[in-house]
Design a protein around this ligand. Structure first.
Ligand code: BJ8
Length: 425
């Protein structure tokens, strides 16, 4: 498709064309500096480069074609929104990225300044009319996780078709009942929107597609335990980011092909950095596109990232939905079980996360953990203390980082990360 027809599509989506072009230019430059400068990338990464270069082009065209066929587009900001139900109803579910600070000033007109960058980003993108994904959505699903998000959805719902799911904050029996009831409410809402019904057959298919995507990402994670590291943390993060907006079946096939190439590389004992390079695990808040700042800082400081304990990482891929259910009821119970295993810091207590981080650090043979919290994120900043204590008991050093999307602190971050890497090596 030509640039001119993309432009027509963006105009039809009511984008601010000039501001949008500015965003694409910055994104392209940023991607070039951070990604294309890497050496020794595998052929399979070309697929990811292509997807990213067409993120506001071809992928949006696919969404518009899907809409023309009567399919619905569902936007999300949280891994608690079950993709299985959207897939069952032939809807397209996309994660709305929220990883850039374009539009922050506009966002600060409707939420306090001391709100995290992720929240300001999704509000700012909407208010500045620069995100074609947001504009293409028929329904955007919010969720009652942290206070910042749940209050921001009140402002957001004045600008977009928002539906909010209630997420429990504890994991007692009554919380499972609450989440199951929310699944049923979400199911009805989706059925109303799509004009279709969930059946045992279509839900089974939805579960299988979502599980296959997670299996491919689990396979990738396991391969990252090799030393030398076969793939950079930047590329792995990108793969996890793309998993939220690419077609799931195509994505799964491409990642499995990439994993075949990684296996060949591992068999030859080759990697993207020499063996014994300091290995770090990232843990904490999700890093949405194009939030590549910290991975770039780490991997230009003599270390390699070997895992992401975050929602754009293992928190989203670690657990599968049990596929043995035969009725809609049994499958919904299995979905409920699987989603209630998510160890988001919004839960209290949230001790599973401490166990999950230590196991992941061991599995990935990490020398240390970088705990990453977005500035003003209460849940993850609080948990940093508990995570550090737990890791200390296990003998794994941790560095706590608090930052936002601006580039102002990049030198300061580099100094701290370099000192940590030096200490570890
Ligand atoms: S399940 S981590 S995707 S809520 S960074 S907006 S927590 S103040 S993103 Fe999340 Fe779902 Fe949990 Fe995962 Fe609030 Fe913190 Fe901002 Fe955050």
């Amino acid at each position: 498709m030509s640039e001119a027809s993309y432009r027509e599509m963006w105009e039809n989506l009511n984008l601010d064309i000039e501001a949008h072009e500015g965003l694409l230019e910055v994104l392209g430059k940023f991607y070039g500096d951070i990604y294309m400068s890497q050496e020794g990338r595998l052929k399979g990464m070309e697929y990811l480069d292509f997807v990213l270069s067409e993120v506001h082009g071809l992928r949006i065209k696919e969404l518009m074609d899907a809409k023309a066929e009567g399919r619905k587009i569902i936007g999300t900001f949280c891994v608690f929104v079950p993709e299985e139900l959207s897939l069952a109803l032939d809807a397209v579910q996309v994660g709305l990225c929220s990883g850039a600070d374009a539009g922050t000033e506009l966002a600060e007109k409707v939420v306090p300044r001391n709100t995290c960058a992720l929240i300001k980003s999704f509000l700012g993108f909407k208010m500045a009319h620069i995100c074609p994904f947001t504009e293409a959505c028929d329904m955007i699903v919010g969720e009652t996780t942290c206070d910042g998000k749940k209050k921001a959805y009140e402002a957001f719902s004045e600008m977009a078709p928002v539906y909010v799911m209630e997420i429990p904050q504890r994991k007692e029996k009554s919380d499972y009942a609450l989440f199951k009831a929310e699944l049923l409410r979400f199911k009805s809402e989706l059925e109303k929107l799509t004009g279709k019904s969930i059946t045992a057959e279509n839900l089974k298919k939805g579960i299988k597609i979502a599980n296959d995507k997670r299996r491919a990402l689990q396979r990738l994670d396991k391969l990252r335990a090799a030393d030398p590291a076969p793939i950079s943390g930047r590329d792995s993060l990108l793969i996890n980011q793309v998993s939220f907006y690419d077609d799931p079946v195509r994505f799964t096939a491409s990642i499995n092909t990439l994993c075949d190439q990684l296996e060949e590389r591992i068999a030859k004992k080759e990697g993207i950095a020499p063996a014994k390079t300091t290995r770090l695990l990232l843990s904490g808040c999700p890093m949405a596109v194009p939030n590549w700042k910290l991975p770039y800082v780490v991997e230009s400081s003599g270390a390699v990232i070997v895992g992401e304990e975050s929602c754009i990482g293992t928190r989203n891929t670690r657990d599968l939905v049990d596929e043995s259910g035969e009725t809609v009821e049994e499958m919904l119970d299995a979905i409920c079980e699987r989603y209630m295993k998510i160890d988001c810091a919004c839960f209290t207590p949230n001790n599973e996360r401490l166990e999950n981080i230590t196991s992941l650090a061991k599995e990935t043979k990490a020398d240390g953990v970088l705990h990453y919290s977005l500035m003003f994120c209460q849940p993850y900043t609080h948990e940093a203390f508990k995570v550090e204590k737990k890791l200390k008991e296990t003998g794994i050093p941790m560095l706590a980082i608090e930052t936002d999307y601006s580039m102002e602190d990049i030198e300061q971050l580099k100094t701290r990360v370099e000192a940590f890497v030096e200490m570890l090596s």
